[in-house]
Design a protein around this ligand. Structure first.
Ligand code: SF4
Length: 180
């Protein structure tokens, strides 16, 4: 049997969760030796044609149509789906816009900012439509493992992955749920 396949995506997030994963330093080599890392921003993939994977990992919330489709697609292709970080687990800082109508958010961002001259709303078939609200991942697909934190510490990420690789669904100890 080959190594467990893992895919990771970075949706409406800042990349900090993936940076925390890379912050594992030497321990990263140990984890990488035990998995087959397939689609991931770490390898600079440019499309979301996921293979079937044992573990799918999502960083970021769900704020636009593309993120929604990617989350659904990864859920379908993953044995275990993991939410990495507060944006994926709770919606995170992105939810600050949830109390403001979408049209107002777009108008403020693209037309009304003080530094904007002759702003226009961007419209293009390839631009994903903004959803009315930003959602945590488990509001759009089922999630098996939650690793909160902004970002989750490298230790929390290592613990959760190690538990999964040993066939257990991780329950993070309290000391790994906050960042010192
Ligand atoms: S949880 Fe924090 S570190 Fe992770 S994507 Fe969101 S803002 Fe960035």
């Amino acid at each position: 049997m080959g190594k467990p396949k893992v895919a990771t995506v970075w949706l409406e997030g800042c990349s900090g969760c993936h940076m925390s994963f890379l912050d594992l330093d030497e321990k990263l080599l140990d984890i990488l030796s035990k998995i087959d890392l397939t689609v991931t921003p770490i390898t600079d993939f440019k499309d979301y044609e996921f293979p079937e994977v044992d573990v799918g990992i999502i960083e970021g919330g769900i704020g636009n149509q593309e993120a929604l489709e990617i989350a659904r697609h990864l859920r379908e292709r993953s044995g275990i789906l993991v939410a990495w970080g507060d944006c994926a687990v709770f919606g995170g800082i992105n939810t600050l816009r949830n109390w403001i109508p979408r049209e107002e958010v777009l108008r403020r961002a693209y037309i009304e900012t003080e530094s904007t001259v002759s702003g226009v709303l961007p419209v293009h078939p390839e631009l994903p439509a903004l959803l009315d609200k930003v959602r945590p991942v488990n509001e759009v697909v089922s999630v098996d493992v939650f690793v909160p934190g902004c970002p989750p510490s490298p230790e929390a990420i290592a613990y959760s992955l190690t538990e999964i690789l040993q066939g257990r669904l991780p329950v993070l100890p309290t000391e790994l749920i906050h960042f010192d």
